[in-house]
Design a protein around this ligand. Structure first.
Ligand code: AKG
Length: 281
């Protein structure tokens, strides 16, 4: 995986890595130590209180009782301003304008905390592709010719092989299919790891096979996971529905875009002003 410092970011090069290269890039230097500490403190506090909120893609964990060592904190925008700053970071927005079109939105912003002993996940692909194990529920011919997803992982703890840094199979995004159980052995044999320091960011095409790995370290492994999608894809989290009205009223233009406020469909066109309605001019 190629690494880019904050002042070396070139959206064209990064998008080529996501589409035709390994499918992932690392970016360093976007967030400072105070932001990372603040995000980590909030996530630890919420996931201590809400330990029953386990994550998805548990793999073996549901069977062996260790599911609670892997915890999800949803709806992060409501839990601290630092998460809005992360989601709207100008460098990330710049890359995603190129990757998903200038009016992209956010599908979800959540945290994944894996406690020591946590078992990791099964290899998968991400929303909106994540139930593609039932391909008949998707349009025929769905392929990776254009992206309908970008994943941004912000490490809040050392992401090492021992602590369960995300594993991914370089190039697998080009296949656009859900990894079957029969693919798991080859996945684990050939995967690379999204290792990094706290504050490092990985941007990847969520069609690449990937998963959180078991945490064998003696510390928690926290990450902020942000899902971005084109404007026409229905988001995973109903963020406007879950956020306080005061947050929505104060939202910046960037945040309004991410929350989907700039995209007006579905609309009752019978009641729309036909002259101003886009698309029927
Ligand atoms: O936390 C990780 O390392 C990956 C999480 C992930 O892929 C997911 O929850 O969809």
């Amino acid at each position: 995986m190629r690494s880019f410092a904050a002042d070396e970011i070139d959206p064209d090069t990064i998008c080529a890595e996501l589409m035709d290269g390994p499918g992932a890039v690392r970016i360093t230097g976007l967030f400072n130590a105070d932001q990372i500490a603040e995000a980590r403190r909030i996530i630890m506090a919420h996931s201590d209180r809400e330990s029953e909120k386990v994550t998805h893609f548990q793999g073996a964990a549901v069977d062996d009782g260790r599911a609670n060592l892997q915890r999800r904190v949803w709806n992060l925008l409501a839990k601290g301003d630092v998460f809005s700053d992360m989601a709207t970071h100008p460098a990330i927005m710049d890359i995603l304008r190129k990757w998903l079109g200038s009016e992209f939105i956010m599908g979800s912003i959540a945290a994944n905390r894996i406690l020591p002993g946590g078992p990791g996940q099964e290899p998968h692909i991400d929303f909106p592709y994540w139930d593609f194990h039932a391909p008949e529920t998707h349009p025929m011919g769905l392929n990776a010719s254009f992206p309908m997803n970008a994943q941004v992982t912000i490490a809040l703890d050392p992401f090492t092989e021992a602590s369960g840094a995300t594993a991914y199979l370089p190039g697998s995004q080009k296949d656009m299919r859900y990894p079957k159980p029969a693919d798991h052995a080859a996945f684990y044999e050939n995967c690379a790891r999204m290792t990094g320091e706290p504050g490092d960011v990985v941007v990847f095409f969520g069609a690449a096979w990937h998963c959180a790995m078991p945490n064998h370290a003696d510390h928690d492994r926290n990450a902020v996971l942000i899902n971005y999608i084109p404007k026409f894809v229905k988001p995973l989290e109903d963020m406007p529905g879950a956020l306080p009205q005061a947050f929505l009223d104060a939202a910046s233009p960037q945040m309004r875009q991410l929350l989907g406020f700039d995209y007006k469909y579905p609309e009752i066109l019978d009641q729309a002003d036909a002259v101003n309605a886009e698309g029927i001019r």
